[in-house]
Design a binder for this molecule. Sequence first.
Ligand code: SDX
Length: 392
Amino acid sequence: GHGLLTFDPGFKSTASCRSAITYIDGDKGILRYRGYPIEELAAHCSFTQVTHLLLHGELPDASDLDAFNRIIHDHNLLHEQVLSFYRGFRRDAHPMAVMVGVVGALSAFYQDLQDYSKPEQQMKAAIRLFAKMPTIAASCYTYSIGRPARYPDNRLDYASNLLQMMFGKPNEPYEVDPVIARALDLILTLHADHEQNASTSTVRMAASSGANPFACIASGIATLWGPAHGGANEAVLNMLEQIGSIENIPNAIKRAKDRNDPFRLMGFGHRVYKNHDPRSAIIRDMTKSVLKHLNKENDPLLAIALELERVALSDEYFIEKKLYPNVDFYSGILLSAMGFPRRMFTALFAVARTSGWVSHWLELKGDTAHGIDRPRQLYVGPTLRHVEKPHS
Ligand code: SDX
């Protein structure tokens, strides 16, 4: 019988672990990393500082930050042999497909890191992954356009470095626009962690079996790719373009409300936030100021997004179902104004979320009482039946 089982499809009301990393109150729209409100971290801290906070539990002082940056700089190169992985992919492969493959394959490179029961080895693997992700993501892009990959420049901060590896040409110094670098850094911070979302839960579940950290993070990247999760930032832009003009908004709203129409408002709704997503207001403000800086205030997609948000938020269906714009509603418009091709959006989310994934991986490794994850099911298949004896 099923007497002792709780049926909770999609784990809507099951706490799968204890965690001291991120706190969310979905009814109040509160998000905190290690106790600090996301608004304060976004305003005053860099993504590298925030990652130190997620990984180590505390914001770094100047000397902690120096030491943290030194380790990142030690590990942000890709082995030249890893670049040959890229060559096996079609140039037009989706960057997320390439990332799943390359990150998973890194487990074959780090045979030296085999004793993951040692805390120093765990931390080394976590930082190694964090350090390499911008290089991995930028190489996806440079490979797709046939440009040689650039090396990390350790004079630059994490976000600026990602920008120069993406957009720098082989024989030209790349001049980082500080406004763009700041915006990218903020996007990374806002996406860094979000407790037990689908990809992080996947990483933890993979880790619970003792799988190596590179394979665990690859499984997180695979899960993040879906349009219901991290793939939404790319899907939002496709949707806004498909809507095309303000006049078409009412029809889009009508379709989104129709149960028999698969069309949904991408970038709307959240499993946990039923009031607002505190990240989306921060991104909306940053989007407006970056577009102003770039003289793109009249961006037609921004106009559609603002109007779509306004109409949806005054529509009974969205009010009743508590559907609000989530973190990815504006991030695509912002990233695209900053020059990122649409297909890289989710790869950038993966770079950001690696910060959270490795922190959760580390936390799980430290929780030695947590055994292998093993949900049960409600069996709904045939009851006992027998194979007919063959007629002789
Ligand atoms: C992220 O979990 C995290 O923390 C994720 C994330 C993170 O940082 O890790 O925050 C990042 O993944 C953001 C979400 C990105 N996804 C999208 O923007 C895609 C569009 N949104 C949805 O598909 C949906 O809202 C989810 C996946 C985000 C949440 O899904 P739930 O909680 O399972 O809710 P549901 O699908 O069961 O929806 C409840 C009702 C349904 O209607 P009824 O069946 O009750 O009549 O609301 C409707 C849904 O049809 N609904 C929508 C809608 N989202 C939900 N209707 C129209 N448009 C939408 N976007």
